[in-house]
Design a binder for this molecule. Structure first.
Ligand code: ATP
Ligand code: MG
Length: 355
């Protein structure tokens, strides 16, 4: 079956450690999205699973088979890249059918598989064109089709939509989700895009410097980030952070700003240095949500459905996503609040979540 497991996986280039003791179990049929900053080892991890990169130490399994020493074509996986990597001189039909031909699948059977996949992706009318005669989105569908006809145990996607414009990205993203619902093949998918990660994943893996920071459902990583890093990485606009020190149930931040945390469950011990996380979408205009504060509006960005206000509180600047009806005015002092349950508290020293 198409389960994947990484056990104590390491990759080094010389003395440079890129992936460090990575442990991850992916269930058969699961859709796992790998996110993290540029250079954190996402592609390297995918390429080690694909067999395109050697493994320095540790073990990679697909199903019950240790694949460390297997050639890419022996691993029963298919990979879709950002740049599509189609054969430019072959037609769409030939691109889709190439792997079938190599495997010696009879012509009639191959044609049937090609037509079926083309219909599934809505590219049936493009079979006689060459990649140069296709739009970016169409090329991306051909690249996916080429992976699908092989019916692999595992699909690997490395930022497959990053060359598409925003609208097309949304469309193809929905198609990938439908595809997974129909095929139920295991997918490991790398992206920079928050929305892709949140909408596609059964579980999200957040990688930082070759180490897993958190693995969880989209709901878990958004609502219960394990660290300041995850809190700041998941969610857009990014989570705001304030540093403070707990004194008599209040967080005393720089510049005489205090947040009253007496209604917040599990406030840490007196004297503890904390980092408080506030998501822009959880900050409300007006007092009364539980933890009240005031701030000075510096910049207002109307987005239509909501308005981003960048507000100064002490020496910090927070972003608040407000109802446009509140019309925040640049330079004015406004009342804001946040529900106690929406505050995130982290240990300022370890940067790990406190509750
Ligand atoms: N052949 C190589 N020799 C030395 N270092 C390498 C080599 N290939 C990759 N690296 C380094 O390994 C690190 C991880 O690279 P990788 O491509 O996995 O990052 P990534 O997370 O996919 O980043 P991005 O989001 O930019 O695609 C990078 O710092 C990169 O410079
Ligand atoms: Mg990469």
């Amino acid at each position: 079956m198409g389960a994947v497991s990484f056990r104590k996986l390491n990759k080094s280039y010389g003395s440079l450690r890129i992936v460090k003791d990575l442990d991850l179990e992916i269930a058969d049929g699961e859709f796992v999205v790998l996110v993290g900053p540029s250079g954190c080892g996402k592609s390297t991890t995918l390429r080690m699973l694909a067999g395109l990169e050697s493994i320095t130490s540790g073990e990679v399994r697909i199903g019950d088979t240790v694949v460390n020493d297997l050639q890419p074509r022996q691993r029963d996986i298919a990979m879709v890249f950002q740049d599509y990597a189609l054969y430019p001189h072959k037609t769409v039909r030939e691109n889709l059918g190439f792997s079938l031909k190599v495997r010696g699948v009879p012509r009639a059977e191959a044609d049937r598989l090609i037509e079926e996949v083309a219909a599934m992706l809505g590219i049936g009318h493009l079979l006689d064109r060459r990649p140069g005669q296709l739009s970016g989105g169409q090329r991306q569908r051909v690249a996916m089709g080429r992976a699908i006809v092989r019916r692999p145990q595992v699909f690997l996607f490395d930022e497959p939509l990053s060359n598409l414009d925003a609208q097309l990205r949304g469309q193809v993203r929905t198609e990938i989700k439908k595809l997974h619902q129909a095929l139920r093949t295991t997918i490991l998918y790398v992206t920079h895009d928050q929305v892709e990660a949140m909408t596609l994943a059964d579980r999200i893996v957040i990688l930082r410097g070759g180490v897993i920071e958190q693995v969880g459902t989209p709901d878990q990583v958004y609502n219960s980030p394990a660290s300041v890093f995850v809190g700041g990485f998941i969610g857009a606009p990014a989570m705001n952070f304030l540093r403070g020190r707990i004194e008599a149930g209040q967080a005393r931040c720089a510049d005489g700003v205090t947040l009253d945390l007496r209604q917040v469950a599990g406030v840490p011990a007196e004297g503890q240095e904390v980092i408080i996380g506030l998501r822009p979408e959880h900050i409300r205009a007006g007092h009364g949500a539980g933890v009240d504060f005031a701030a000075t509006v510096q910049v207002v960005e109307p987005l239509g459905a909501d308005t981003l206000a960048h507000v100064g509180i002490g020496d910090a600047v927070l972003t608040a996503r407000l109802d446009p009806k509140t019309h925040p005015q640049t330079g004015s002092r406004i009342a804001l609040s946040i529900a106690p349950g929406d505050l995130h508290l982290f240990d300022a020293r370890t940067e790990q979540a406190l509750r």
